[in-house]
Write a protein that binds this ligand. Structure first.
Ligand code: FE2
Ligand code: FE2
Length: 198
């Protein structure tokens, strides 16, 4: 079990490993994730550790990310994934959290691994990290306030709204939408049918 008393240890560690801007973003994710954890009844210490470590590999080179991902998730990564640091840094972050920071809480590791692309069936803790990364206080994009409001009232409906914004944006730019993100969207719609108005 992860030592839940050690959040200051992780704060000190990540501060040394990332740029000031990334550190500020990370603290924003911690703040948002803890607020959502309180609202939705998730353990604050575990959410804090996942949020602190979620971008631990964000500034790692693409070459190094490929090495880590190949070593730890050889059967889970596609050719498209291997071309994207944005996708790989979650997978690599989970591996680094496990090996370097000795995190053995599978939900924390899963939350780090899928914080960018999501996953159908992602735990409540994982969903909180996923959405907190997208809506923390330092983010700024059209429609963000509506998503923040929605997430506080109904976490899944807020995530559905956020994913629909992403898909719309990526389609407009003719960019690739990761299958995991589409799958999480469909899964959330299916389990929240009565609350979703489309
Ligand atoms: Fe990230
Ligand atoms: Fe992030």
């Amino acid at each position: 079990m992860t030592d839940i008393k050690d959040s200051q240890y992780f704060i000190d560690a990540i501060k040394k490993e990332m740029s000031h801007q990334r550190f500020i973003h990370t603290l924003g994710v911690v703040e948002m994730a803890k607020e959502l954890a309180l609202i939705h009844g998730v353990d604050l210490s575990r959410v804090e550790i996942a949020a602190l470590l979620h971008d631990i590999s964000k500034e790692t080179s693409k070459e190094e990310l490929r090495k880590i991902v190949f070593e730890h998730f050889p059967d889970e990564i596609t050719l498209e994934d291997l071309d994207s640091s944005e996708i790989m840094h979650g997978f690599a972050g989970a591996a680094v959290a496990k090996t370097k920071y000795k995190i053995d809480d599978e939900e924390i590791l899963e939350a780090i691994k899928y914080h960018t692309i999501g996953k159908a069936g992602l735990s409540l803790l994982g969903r909180i990290i996923y959405i907190s990364d997208a809506i923390e206080k330092n983010r700024n994009y059209p429609g963000l306030e509506e998503i923040r409001k929605c997430v506080r009232e109904n976490l899944d409906c807020g995530i559905i709204l956020e994913i629909s914004h992403i898909i719309e944006h990526l389609n407009e730019c003719q960019k690739y939408v990761h299958p995991n993100t589409k799958d999480m969207y469909k899964w959330l719609v299916s389990i929240n049918k009565k609350d979703v108005n489309f």
